[in-house]
Design a protein around this ligand. Structure first.
Ligand SMILES: [Fe+2]
Ligand SMILES: [Fe+2]
Length: 120
């Protein structure tokens, strides 16, 4: 299901998962994609991909240590996205920029929201 893409592409509390570290990282991912829209450079895209990987690792650590039931399918969604990101490079096309925006919005609201209240 496609959720609306915020314009400008910035985090707001409609994306809150109520774990401060994860909300901070999500805000950083919005900023990273926003930055690619402002300056569509390899430097900005590389920084975004690093932030994505760091965030996924941290989120997965929390899910794993909380024995979160949907860990495996959630990690699979992360791995697929990392693979997709690896196939892209700057300058990103408009379609790919929108793909990244839509993926993040849909992932947070559709997948990340399922762990709300279930992580330690
Ligand atoms: Fe996630
Ligand atoms: Fe996340």
């Amino acid at each position: 299901m496609a959720h609306p893409i915020p314009k400008p592409f910035k985090w707001s509390n409609e994306f809150e998962v109520f774990y401060a570290n994860l909300d901070d990282e999500h805000r950083g991912l919005f900023d990273g994609i926003f930055a690619c829209g402002e300056a569509n450079t390899a430097e900005n895209y590389g920084a975004l991909v690093e932030k994505v990987k760091t965030h996924f690792a941290n989120e997965e650590k929390m899910m794993s240590s909380s024995n979160y039931a949907n860990f495996a399918t959630h990690k699979q969604a992360h791995d697929e996205f990392v693979g997709k990101c690896g196939g892209l490079s700057a300058p990103l096309s408009d379609d790919n920029l929108i793909y990244l925006q839509q993926w993040l919005v849909d992932h947070i609201k559709g997948i990340d929201f399922k762990y709300k209240g279930k992580l330690n």
